[in-house]
Design a protein. Structure first.
Length: 193
């Protein structure tokens, strides 16, 4: 299996790309999967339209596709890794397979990836790193995965906090926007924040 690519955005189907990644390779996954029947990300004529998640005929088919993706996410997470996902527009569903709850309650973790500050009914997400160690040392140390990266907000925040990121996005148009956003990061921009 190849090494884990980091600080990069990959264009393609999340499930297909996740299957190429090594086991136990990332510290944290932060994502918001496509919503069921709320929007279409690709034009009807796009060759990858059938790979788009969220347009399935039934909720059961939608859930089955998400389960397949998140089985792969779990495989690539380190044993002490964390998964943060938001699956509705209103109430985020946060799961964490890590070893213990964090100091902010049962929906947070104080693992190497940082402390998530996201109450169950919050519409915003805050992230603050909690370790003083470099974000790139050790296997999967500080690597943040987003299998549905959209315009790259998770990658942008990960980079801002000195963590490596890996984003996957089916839409080349959204990926171009993400790359443009990431290109505006200047190393001195975050000093003192």
């Amino acid at each position: 299996m190849p090494d884990l690519p980091t600080n990069t955005l990959l264009c393609g189907d999340a499930l297909t790309i996740l299957k190429t990644l090594p086991d136990n390779a990332v510290q944290c996954c932060i994502t918001s999967p496509p919503y069921y029947l709320l929007r279409s990300y690709l034009p009807d004529s796009h060759p990858d339209k059938t790979l788009e998640i969220g347009l399935e005929e039934t909720p059961a088919a939608y859930i089955a596709r998400l389960v397949a993706v998140f089985r792969e996410v779990r495989r690539v997470l380190r044993p002490d890794g964390s998964l943060w996902q938001r699956v509705t527009k209103r109430d985020p569903m946060v799961t964490r397979p890590g070893p213990k709850a964090g100091s902010y309650g049962s929906r947070t973790t104080d693992s190497i990836s940082g402390t998530m500050l996201t109450p169950a009914r919050s519409t915003t997400l805050g992230w603050q790193p909690t370790c003083t160690c470099p974000g790139t040392s050790g296997t999967g140390h500080g690597v943040i995965l987003n299998p549905f990266c959209g315009v790259g907000t998770v990658a942008l925040v990960a980079a801002r906090h000195g963590r490596s990121y890996l984003g996957i996005e089916l839409s080349a148009e959204y990926l171009a926007l993400a790359r443009k956003r990431l290109s505006t990061i200047q190393p001195r921009m975050w000093v003192g924040q």
